[in-house]
Ligand binder design. Structure first.
Ligand SMILES: [Mn+2]
Length: 203
């Protein structure tokens, strides 16, 4: 079974804590899974300790149930977070066997696949963000989408402390650390916690 070795992907993140708070309520998780790699970005609703706590709780569930399908995983998180303030969440699972990414978004975490070489067959892709909240009773129907991914393509997940215009500023020629730092520096709204997670696929 093909597995994404560390050298098959490059990852970097950058985050910003909103002024007046000491902890960031936006967090990420990344781990190997049998078919490749799983990435999660969550935005704990609100700011400060309580937001950070619910984000940590969500990612603990992601870690525990990382081998399940994305809708199952999101449902597990939703059940565990009932009664909390909830999180927005994006999940992306890389499959190194068929070179695909399956992803799912609930609430305001944006996702973008920026092609190294875009073409009519392989355009840039934007994650469908379903309205809603993980931890809410009224979770929308959990629908995943799958897209192919090619060597050198860059996937970015960003919380809503980052202006959606960030998608126009992704330079796939830069180092992943530099992409993350640049997007945060040029597109953070400054009125919310902000987190950017960047992966370059090298499978
Ligand atoms: Mn936010």
């Amino acid at each position: 079974m093909a597995v994404l070795k560390p050298r098959s992907a490059e990852c970097a993140s950058a985050s910003l804590t909103v002024a007046g708070q000491t902890v960031c309520g936006d967090k990420y998780f990344v781990a190997d899974i049998p078919e490749g790699m799983l990435v999660a970005v969550v935005d704990g609703i609100g700011h400060g300790e309580e937001a950070a706590e619910v984000a940590t709780q969500a990612l603990a569930m992601v870690e525990q149930y990382k081998s399940e399908t994305l809708p199952e995983l999101a449902s597990r998180c939703d059940e565990a977070l009932r009664g909390t303030r909830g999180v927005a969440m994006a999940l992306a699972a890389f499959n190194a066997e068929d070179h695909s990414v399956t992803w799912l978004g609930i609430g305001n975490v944006a996702g973008r696949i920026q092609r190294r070489v875009p073409s009519p067959q392989h355009p840039h892709e934007t994650l469908l963000q379903r309205p809603g909240l993980i931890g809410d009773q009224r979770l929308p129907r959990l629908q995943t989408a799958s897209v192919n991914i090619n060597r050198g393509d860059v996937l970015v997940l960003a919380t809503d402390g980052v202006d959606p215009g960030f998608v126009k500023s992704i330079d796939t020629g830069e180092q992943v650390e530099q992409i993350a730092e640049t997007l945060l520096a040029t597109h953070s709204t400054q009125s919310d916690d902000a987190l950017v997670f960047v992966i370059r696929y090298l499978g």
